[in-house]
Design a protein around this ligand. Structure first.
Ligand code: B12
Ligand code: SF4
Length: 471
């Protein structure tokens, strides 16, 4: 039995041509979900994983599969439906799962043969049996998996073109921030895989660099943090010789032992959501955690960096409290905190989040021609109507933010500090230059976006076509 597992691309985000430049390997990340599904599949299935981010094959020219499985974030949904339609025309059944299928199940059901909601571990074998027997159902629900059921991903199936391997060690988050899908999808209970399983899986990854995809690798409660320490000890003892990056909340900085152990286990960078420069912004987003204990965020960042671990700070622009000037203010705050890189994103209501419920109930979605408009739900386009900022103003705020943080003098200042702090200055410089080259791509994308919506407005004013107007 032949199974294709497909990760659709979103050309608006990136179509990385790995063959053209080896550096592009650093801009493309493995679709771990498909490698996990492959790991759950019985050996009778001959599996090919297609990651469209590294190239789109000529599907009709490939050997005909017995089943196609598609994953998709919301931003990939549009392309997912094109791929599904292509295989359904060939008479091949298509099953779709992942975050978008779970949050927009009715939309997906109309476009594929079978939808799997939730995590796949408890249900995927049954889906494959039904597909083999010709009794595929239109709906399955995997719910939340027991962590002992999470099998090692098939790292052997996607090799060569990527700089980073990928692994997951925990699922779920109790924080339920308004804009984030994780609590809605993976639940509020923080679930951890067994440490020996994680270490064994790490050993099967060929790449030297690894993305640990956990949303918060160390968790928030004392027992989570104790487990994180045990994991780091086990990784160091196994002498994995890997360097890995991950995501964590700012409490990563609170415990010197966590930092020492993480560094000794190979931690080479951490992505932290600061979200807003204003305490009222953190309250609005439900991210009160960052406010706890009257935290000094600059001191927290410095403590992490003292362990030679660079910090990427993520911020969101477009909150109800955000007014003109927020772009520059965000960049100044990121400089003040001393983060090594800044990742600023537009506040984006994603289906299934508390923010989605709020924005849709207030009629504030600016881009609502679905499924076509999902491709703009990348957090890099202003898809809502923002309280105090028009579409043009918020784009200008984003440009001002990036321009301030990535000004040449500031990049050089940060690189000098990384030399002094022995935090991989070359990587810091290359990272900043890569962010900066993305900024010019972003400007082009904003211009196309504005052009598209000027066109839509004109069409809607003349009584044809689209109903939505982002201004
Ligand atoms: C790693 C990651 C990335 C990587 C992507 C790597 C990749 N190609 O997959 C990078 C950094 C590139 C990335 C980018 C983005 N991401 Co991201 N990312 C994640 C993260 C942290 C982990 C994903 C992961 O690997 N999980 C591990 C696997 C095993 O779990 P899983 O994907 O859920 O798969 C399970 C089930 O969903 C199911 N399943 C999945 N697919 C399928 C398919 C079938 C057929 C079946 C049966 C089952 C099934 O089975 C799996 C096993 O149980 C998640 C958060 C999270 N906890 O999921 C956010 C998350 C998926 N990202 C999110 C977002 C918003 C984005 C961006 C749009 C914006 C951004 N800048 O972050 C971009 C999108 C880029 C694009 N191409 O359009 C949101 C998506 C919400 C949504 N509704 O789409 C999430 C949930 C985070 C959040 N805060 O809400 N991301
Ligand atoms: S943003 Fe981070 S802390 Fe908030 S719910 Fe999502 S994963 Fe949890």
């Amino acid at each position: 039995m032949r199974l294709y597992l497909i990760n659709p691309s979103n050309p608006l985000v990136s179509m990385v041509r790995v063959k053209e430049s080896r550096w592009n390997r650093y801009r493309v990340w493995k679709p771990l979900s498909l490698m996990v599904l492959a790991g759950l599949s019985p050996p009778e299935w001959d599996i090919t994983i297609v990651d469209e981010n590294v190239g789109v094959p000529d599907y009709p020219a490939m050997p005909r599969p017995d089943l196609v499985g598609i994953t998709a974030f919301t931003s990939q949904a549009n392309r997912a439906y094109e791929v599904a339609a292509c295989f359904r025309r060939l008479g091949v059944p298509v099953v779709m799962g992942g975050i978008h299928a779970t949050m927009c199940v009715d939309e997906v059901t109309e476009r594929v043969d079978s939808v799997v909601t939730g995590e796949a571990e408890g249900i995927w074998r049954r889906v494959l049996e039904d597909a083999r027997d010709g009794t595929l159902q239109c709906r399955y629900d995997g719910g939340l998996a027991e962590m002992h059921a999470v099998r090692p991903a098939r790292h052997d199936l996607l090799t060569g073109r990527y700089a980073f391997g990928a692994i997951q060690t925990t699922r779920g988050c109790p924080m339920n921030c308004t804009f984030c899908s994780v609590t809605a999808f993976n639940g509020a209970h923080y679930r951890q895989r067994s440490i020996p399983d994680v270490v064994r899986e790490f050993q099967s990854i060929r790449e030297k660099y690894v993305l640990v995809v956990d949303d918060n690798l160390i968790g928030t409660r004392p027992e989570h943090i104790a487990r994180a320490k045990d994991l780091f000890r086990a990784m160091a003892a196994a002498n994995l010789r890997k360097e890995w990056i991950t995501q964590a909340t700012i409490n990563f900085a609170d415990d010197e032992e966590v930092l020492t152990l993480a560094a000794s286990a190979g931690c080479a960078g951490v992505f932290i959501g600061f979200e807003s420069p204003a305490p009222e912004g953190l309250s609005e987003l439900g991210k009160k955690f960052n406010l706890l204990k009257g935290r000094d965020l600059s001191a927290s960042v410095r403590r992490i960096q003292r362990h030679h671990i660079p910090v990427v700070g993520s911020f969101i622009i477009g909150l109800d409290i955000d007014r003109p000037g927020i772009g520059r203010r965000t960049a100044e705050m990121a400089c003040l905190y001393g983060v090594d890189h800044l990742n600023a994103l537009f506040l984006t209501p994603l289906p299934g989040t508390r923010l989605w419920d709020q924005v849709t109930s207030e009629g504030r979605l600016a881009l609502d021609t679905f499924p076509e408009d999902w491709k703009y739900y990348t957090l890099t386009f202003p898809v809502a109507r923002y309280r105090h900022l028009s579409q043009n103003e918020i784009i200008e705020e984003m440009i001002a933010c990036d321009r301030h943080f990535y000004a040449t003098t500031r990049i050089l200042g940060r690189v000098c500090r990384t030399v002094w702090g022995r935090r991989r200055p070359l990587i810091s410089l290359l990272g900043s230059l890569s962010y900066r080259s993305n900024l010019s791509l972003n400007r082009k994308a904003y211009a196309d976006f504005r052009h598209e919506f000027a066109h839509r407005r004109a069409a809607s004013e003349s009584g044809r076509g689209y109903s939505s107007s982002p201004e």
